[in-house]
Design a protein around this ligand. Sequence first.
Ligand code: MG
Length: 400
Amino acid sequence: MGVSLIIAAGGSGKRFQKAQNRKGRLGKLFFSLGGKPLLRHTLDSFCSFPAIREILVAVPPGTEKWVKNHVLKGHLGPTVRLVRGGRSRAESVWNALRRSSPENPWVMVHDGARPFPPRKAVLTLLKKRGQADGFVLARPVVPTLKRVSPTSGRILGTVDRAHLFEAETPQLMSRASLMEAYRRHSRPFEATDEASLLEAMGKQVKVLKHSGWNGKITTPEDFHLAEAYYASGKAGRPVPSSMKMGFGRDTHRLVEGRRLYLGGVPIASPKGALGHSDGDALLHAISDAVLGAIGAGDIGEWFSDRDPRTKNIRSGKILKKVLEEARQRHWVPSHVDSCIVLERPRLGPCKRKIRRKVAGLLGLEETEVSIKAKTMEGLGPEGEGLAVTCEALVEMRREV
Ligand code: MG
């Protein structure tokens, strides 16, 4: 009794976009929550139910490539297929339903905007297969409800909430019933949930009562609530650290006829650093530290020293590219400590300038950047004036 899971993520989230003053096709489901798009959290909620054999996600037209790269990449669990979303939620579900495998006699539909359906309740829901035409995850209504006159605004009465439930998702139904309901209903695409289509056909649909949190993200306020829920660990997921450290180290040979750059600042020196780029060992060490923090390799992998296009490239550009990559992964630098090992010239007079320049490149206050200069007292390649070595430690913070 396999189950096809349909995730309705085809809406544009207009209310949310409006509140955020954002436009474009990437709506709320693609916002990062704790470093992952909201929709990915929803998908991850269903990755370990053996009964779910396939997942179909209805997404807004034009977002397929983005979803593949940013949401589906690395996803573990049943095969996921993308389906073009319709003009309404019910149309999106229909598009997915028609493409789902008829081998699965049950269909479960879930809102993409509910990232944390309670696992226990979903398990119970799946066990109900065969006991009715459909089941809906629902919560008893808690607020006091008033019936109000649409003209005068006067309260006409208090609604007895004893038997009222708020329908949520997932909703589970037999494939045959849902297909039939879509075909026979006069206006199926106007339905706000699948259960109502079955109800209209006189099918037996039951609620499965639960008391967990299964919030639907509609407004930016809901989003903040979901973030807090996630950060509290209540969603049953490991909460990722909001801070990371990265370390970088770089050495360049010193030769005559080259300029010496450190931290993007030209230093008056008879010798400069040999290199494919401008040889700025400090910016290379910092760039490597940033890449180290986000686990994205080293600058050698990002900038080949055989690429003629990067010949003599200013290292500020290397750092900029690396920071862009980190920002895309929602990490930004918050503090840097560094050490320049150079025998000559003495850097004392330049340290302030280097600090200011590095702070500017990283978008940090000067107080969050430390530049230390050391000599090797004549020992080793640095001490003999043959090389410059830099080390950097970078602290990165998650930016959601
Ligand atoms: Mg280097």
